[in-house]
Design a binder for this molecule. Structure first.
Ligand SMILES: [Zn+2]
Length: 250
């Protein structure tokens, strides 16, 4: 599994927005030659969606939309318990739905993508701005002392009563909710599952998202956090290999 768009037919990683240097890498050929085994290549968030459907919180449902919330925002679509990847393998790039054409630049080259508002890297970027402008003294302290400053530090500052940090998380959560609502209105899934490091941010991020979904979505699918923990990636990869090479009715 790879964090970015793939050419499914050719088994090639097209590029990986958050991994410099990964452009048009023929992973299927390279891994196949070295291992002597058949290789299936899939976008990591699509794989996570299938993993959630087969092994995780999505098991009871036929139609599922999955969001991975981390450095970037990924997505995956399961329809009738099969992974749906679209005409060219690019379906489910929920992080790159434009939610505000006048918004900040995104790693993909567009402006105002969901990922540019609600991802870990977006939260970190906004936190650095708050720290730099001294609008949050606590974030400025944490930026100066934390080893690996990021969204976790924003959650910590918010927990300690820093208002700017709490507002930042709430705003990011509202954008996430708008994105989830858009996907619900497009796909009408039975459930939306969530995984990724940003789940650790908890209610300050996820409750505004849920509130916004309730406000904007036409239907009310269950919104569930992953039950697979840190194994989402590897179980997703297993589910993809299973679907590709040992197709059974899941
Ligand atoms: Zn984008």
């Amino acid at each position: 599994v790879t964090p970015g768009p793939i050419d499914s037919d050719a088994g090639v990683v097209r590029f990986a927005p958050n991994l410099p240097g990964w452009r048009d890498v023929a992973v299927r050929e390279l891994l196949g030659a070295r291992s002597g085994l058949p290789v299936a290549l899939e976008n990591d968030a699509s794989a996570a969606a299938l993993g959630e459907a087969v092994f995780g919180a999505g098991q009871p449902y036929r139609h599922l939309a999955h969001f991975t919330l981390g450095t970037g925002i990924g997505g995956g679509i399961v329809i009738d318990r099969r992974l749906y990847t679209g005409a060219t393998g690019l379906a489910g790039e929920f992080g790159h739905m434009v939610v505000d054409p006048g918004g900040p630049p995104c790693g993909c080259g567009n402006y105002g993508c969901l990922e540019a508002f609600a991802s870990g890297s977006a939260i970190e970027r906004q936190a650095r701005m708050l720290a730099g402008s001294r609008r949050s003294e606590r974030l400025a302290d944490l930026l100066a002392t934390a080893e690996d400053f990021g969204a976790d530090d924003v959650a910590r500052a918010a927990e300690e009563g820093d208002r700017a940090a709490a507002e930042l998380l709430e705003r990011a959560g509202r954008y996430l909710g708008a994105g989830i609502a858009g996907v619900i209105n497009a796909l009408d899934p039975e459930a939306v599952t969530l995984s990724g490091g940003l789940l650790k941010l908890g209610a300050r991020y996820l409750q505004p998202a849920r509130d916004e979904v309730r406000r904007l979505a036409f239907s009310t699918p269950s919104i569930l956090e992953t039950t697979l923990g840190d194994d989402t990636g590897v179980l997703g990869a297993a589910a993809v290999a299973w679907e590709r090479f040992a197709p059974i009715t899941l």
